[in-house]
Write a protein that binds this ligand. Sequence first.
Ligand code: ZN
Length: 304
Amino acid sequence: MMPAGRFAPSPSGELHLGNLRTALLAWLFARSTGRQFLVRVEDLDRARAGAEEAQLRDLAAIGIGWDGPVVRQSERTELYEGALDALTDAGLTYECYCTRREIQEAPSAPHAPQGAYPGTCRDLTEAERGRRRAERPAAVRLRAGVTEGAVADVLHGRYVGLVDDFVLRRNDGVVAYNLAVVVDDAAQGVDQVIRGDDLLPSTPRQAYLAGLLGYAVPEYAHVPLVLNPQGRRLAKRDGAVTLAALAAHGVPAERVAEILLASLGLPRSLPAALEAFSAAALPRDPWVLDPAELTARQERTLRS
Ligand SMILES: [Zn+2]
């Protein structure tokens, strides 16, 4: 299997400039290191009709090409269930019947890190399990043997974070993101994971799970997010932040690609940016973007 990097959007709506910038970075990291570049649609949850097509169109419009067919998580359930069975056979899972509220209100175990599952269902007797199972469908949790883990990140260095008995399959039967992403990366030969740094805290969990399943842990680079002028993560409500909205303001996709590359300190064409790309030289701070300023600048350009 060819080593690969990937971009893995959730088809919950249109990609905005923050998503597109992360996609560009993932593409630059992969292509500059001779890797394949894969696109995987993470549609186990929140898939909106037509969103996948629109997202793929937007990636192509800013010049991003990918290798092989696009993979959809919704078509790979058997793969995830296979991994889940292997963990269960190894005694590494248990059923959890807790509601969100019960977890919040449970006294946490002594020395347990904040935000960790309190372990309520870890050691129930068979009789207790039978009784609770009748009350509520069970989620499946990992029986973790550690409370924290370390990963190496290209931009953040060594990162230590929580590893708890996290959910592998939710109680509605849907495979949890943390399991699907680990299984997919291994199955697809993805050995380089580039994504937004909001996902850094879940990375030790995923690396730990990869180890339990006998997979190599990929190289990680968690890239800075795009923020609005108020310092919050860029969102649709911040204005014209999608290719369609920007096009309506007279900003074509090619111009958006140039703006995104410039925000990374790179030349404004993809081939030149690829040539110049260096992970070490990337900006480490979030990019603060005022969409109103972006469209106003374009309107001035068009008038002049
Ligand atoms: Zn529980």
